[in-house]
Design a protein around this ligand. Sequence first.
Ligand code: CO8
Length: 259
Amino acid sequence: MAYQNLITTVKDNILYVTINREKALNALNKDTLTELAEVIVYANETDEVLGVILTGAGEKAFVAGADIKEFSDYTGKQGEELARNGQEKVFNAIENSTKPFVAAINGFALGGGLELAMACHIRIAADQAKMGLPEVTLGLIPGYGGTQRLTQLVGKGKAIELIITANMITAVEAEKIGLVNHIVPQADLVAKAEEILSFVKQRAPLAVAAAMKAVVASVNEPDGYQVEIEAFGKCFETADFKEGVAAFVEKRKPVFVKK
Ligand code: CO8
């Protein structure tokens, strides 16, 4: 995998993705979005990858938003197309992935950057990180799912306040309202993400995927309970279920084979 704007590597079943446009505070230009779409497909299709850690280059920004310089003279139709395309291929694709994506928020996560972090399944923030959806300062609104996912994560009242004031919040405030799962010192950010994935990596991968699908269905499907029932039933047909139960009875560690 060779990318212009991403640094990627796979180690110990984790795909590390760093958005690498440090001079532009890792802003999401078109090429970066295209590369992110490709790396998401790679993560989904590669058996070796059991989880993804997504971060930004440098110590200042995770992602400072969509690349403002690129869309300054778009028409309404182009804007709509850009939002639809980005949501489908990047933001929804992350949320619908069967591999857990952990956002390691190493600095500013603004606009499309916070939307990217919110599309991930778990968010860990460095203690100096700042987050916000400043789109209304530009005469825009969040277009990469931010109005929906912020509301799901923190509730309507807080979401409206954050979006219409455009104010940034600190990592501490973000944790308090449920926007991030954990806060750690900057130097421990990736280690914390690895620690979380180290637990996931020991679990039955098909069950992990089924659980994520059912949780996401709670907000994106008309009947999440039905999705859960069907996914639950399918688990009984897996070899990993038999292995998990056998290992419990035999008082040993299970060896899952993703079948
Ligand atoms: N796009 C392009 N360039 C950026 C962006 C951005 N979002 N953010 C920062 N940069 C660039 C700056 O232009 C500057 O470049 P240069 O040195 O060439 O002038 C460089 O990064 C460093 O930035 P600053 O000098 O501004 O650094 P400061 O420390 O003074 O400020 C801030 C840091 C507060 C993060 C500031 O850069 C800032 O406010 N950035 C913009 C934040 C923002 O408004 N983000 C939202 C963008 S809109 C969006 O994300 C919409 C998503 C939905 C799109 C739907 C489909 C189109």
